[in-house]
Design a protein around this ligand. Structure first.
Ligand SMILES: [Fe+2]
Length: 247
């Protein structure tokens, strides 16, 4: 694998850097599915920039949220194929897969309960997000149902949730129940004090299993790039995180 990557890098001008952030597992890069890029061109510009900065693989995670983002597996797969062929046509050395970021609501609980197919990461991890304010009442049920399906829940950007910012014991408790945490790279330089503080604490106390860009556009990516050069990310590399296992 490393050989083929080096070979590929030598053959494509402009894509020579590699990065400790080689795998992004939370990114809104498929066009016209959610609040990410609106067109194929916009999507490709963002992907080109990410590849040029050392990202080798992206697992696209469009929102799936009740009535608001009703993305089906078929629509996501169709979009994935479209972007994959565009990357190939333009010789952009980026591997692309698709999962989803599921909003924790009654519709997700019903999909879990009824054993409906779900878009997971490496057939193991189910990326979920919750409301920002209060402890979501569906969370214990989701943990139980995911376990029954041999899935590991990965909570997207826990640092953003007020109920965790206000009570770190909940973080510890969720972790004990097998929930993993994915922190957004941009959160370590966030203007929001509560978000930044929890992101710092999660990193210093070893609760970061995955990091993600959560990019929707080039502006998000610029903030991520800044974080990749920061001290917290350097410390995190020493501690290790699971992204690399997804290559
Ligand atoms: Fe997201």
């Amino acid at each position: 694998m490393p050989f083929s990557f080096l070979k590929r890098n030598r053959t494509v001008a402009g894509f020579t850097r590699s990065s400790p952030f080689a795998v992004d597992m939370h990114a809104h890069i498929l066009p016209a599915l959610d609040n990410g890029p609106e067109s194929v061109e916009e999507s490709i510009l963002l992907l080109q920039e990410m590849a040029a900065n050392g990202v080798r693989k992206i697992i696209a995670t469009p929102h799936i949220m009740g009535d608001y983002y009703r993305n089906t597996i078929e629509a996501i797969q169709f979009s994935l194929q479209r972007i994959r062929s565009e990357l190939k046509r333009r010789c952009i050395p980026l591997e692309l897969e698709a999962a989803a970021e599921y909003y924790l609501d009654v519709s997700l609980i019903s999909m879990l309960e009824n054993n409906q197919p779900l878009l997971t990461i490496a057939e193991t991890y189910l990326l979920i997000e919750t409301n920002i304010v209060g402890m979501p009442s569906f969370l214990p049920e989701a943990i139980k149902l995911a376990r029954q399906r041999n899935l590991v829940l990965v909570l997207a950007h826990p640092e953003r949730y007020h109920y965790l910012q206000q009570n770190f014991n909940l973080v510890v408790d969720l972790h004990k129940q097998g929930v993993l945490f994915q922190v957004n790279l941009g959160s370590w330089t966030s203007n929001h004090q509560g978000t930044r503080a929890l992101a710092e604490r999660l990193a210093s106390e070893g609760f970061v299993s995955f990091v993600g860009s959560n990019v929707h556009n080039l502006r998000d990516w610029n903030q991520v790039n800044e974080a990749l050069r920061g001290k917290t990310f350097a410390k995190l590399i020493e501690k290790g995180f699971l992204n690399q296992h997804l290559l």
